[in-house]
Design a binder for this molecule. Sequence first.
Ligand code: ADP
Ligand code: MG
Length: 253
Amino acid sequence: MTRIMAIVSQKGGVGKTSLVQNLGAELANQGQLTLLVDLDPQSNLTTGWGLDPGEDRYTIYDAMSDPKHSTQTIMEIRPNLYLMPANLDLAGAELAFINEIDRNTKLRKALSPIAHHFDFILIDGPPSLGFFTVNALAAASEILIPLQVHPYAYKALDQLMSIVAKVEEINPSLFLGGITLTMYDQRNSLTSAIEDAARKRFPGDVFTTVIPINVRIAEATLDGISVGEYEPSSSGAKAYQALAQEVIARGQA
Ligand code: ADP
Ligand code: MG
C-alpha cells in the first residue's frame, strides 16, 4: 500500500518544506520509490530541487485540473525520487475550483491514477489551514506534523487537529502518522522541557529522531540539493536519515 503523507502546519518557517525534501531524499536512498508533491504556490519545494518554477512545464495545477495530465507532471529528480512541481498557476487554484463540488478532493483525484506506483507520496503545502491543506488531508493516508520546539507550538497544534477532525467526513481513515520535532536547539534551556511535554502529551506519536537546527539544511536548499548530498556528515543529514528509518519502521509495525 502506498503511504500518502500530508506534511502540514499552518505556521511558516517550521521546516516543513525541508522535511519533505530531505525525508523524501532519504526514503528514496533507502530503496523506497518516493513521490514529492509541491502543493504550495510559492513553489519552495520545486526551487529546493534547483528547478525554476518559471519554466514551462506541466505542474500539479494541471494534474488537479485534469488527472489525465498527472503522469506528464511527474519529473524524475534522483534514483527512486520523483517530483510533481508547482508554479504560480497554483495560486489561482482555489478560485478556479471554488464552485466545483469536488474542490476539496482535486488532489486526491490528481494522485489516484499514479499513486499505486509509489511506496511513499509526501505532500508539501503552504502555511495555512485553507484550501490546499484540506486537499492534502483529503488525499493523504496519514499526517506528519513538524512541530517546532517552541513554547507556543501547542496552540497551533490544537487548531490543526480541529481541521483534521473536520476532514474526517471526506477522509475517515486518515490518521496521525507522527510528529517530528524540528528546529531543535540543544543550547536552548527550554528545549528539553518542551520536548518532554510533547512526548507526554502525544505518547508514541513523537519520533525519537529530532531535526536539529543546522545551517547546512538551509545551504543545501539554496544549492538546489538535499542536505545528504550537500554534506552527508552534517547533523541535519544524519537526522533525516534516521527519521526515514523510523518512518519506514512504523509502517511495518
Ligand atoms: P516551511 O516550509 O515550514 O516554511 P522551510 O523548510 O522552508 O519551512 O524552512 C524555513 C527556512 O529555514 C528555510 O530557509 C530553511 O532552509 C531553513 N531551515 C529549515 N529547517 C532547518 C533546520 N533544521 N535548521 C536550520 N535551518 C532550517
Ligand atoms: Mg514551505
